[in-house]
Design a protein. Structure first.
Length: 108
């Protein structure tokens, strides 16, 4: 089985973000290697789509933007969920106020 990257490099980078007491199974190391190979392939295809003979850093930034935006999208989702929860709470409060107001009128 030929992998694109040295396994030790992959493991070293993974261990920077994983607790020291955890062990990483071989299939995880291989899976991470294949995943990174796939990402490099996709980014390279985006870079190849440029009509220029020289690929510069601006082009790389453009090619990797979708991968960088995933983090931003996740935080935006959290922000929007909090905003929607606040709107729901406001609506429920208004509904309670209306129910109380009309319940008072029905009693009279």
């Amino acid at each position: 089985m030929k992998l694109a990257f040295p396994t030790a490099t992959i493991v070293r980078e993974m261990k920077k973000n994983i607790n020291k007491d955890k062990m990483i199974r071989k299939e995880v190391k291989v899976g991470m290697n294949r995943f990174l190979e796939e990402i490099v392939g996709e980014v390279s295809k985006r870079l190849d789509a440029y009509p220029y003979a020289m690929i510069d850093y601006r082009m790389l930034e453009e090619a990797i933007r979708p991968y960088k935006q995933v983090k931003e999208m996740q935080s935006e989702k959290v922000r929007m969920n909090k905003h929607m929860d606040a709107i729901i709470e406001d609506c429920l409060s208004i509904k309670r106020d209306l129910d109380a107001k009309f319940a008072e009128q029905n009693v009279q």
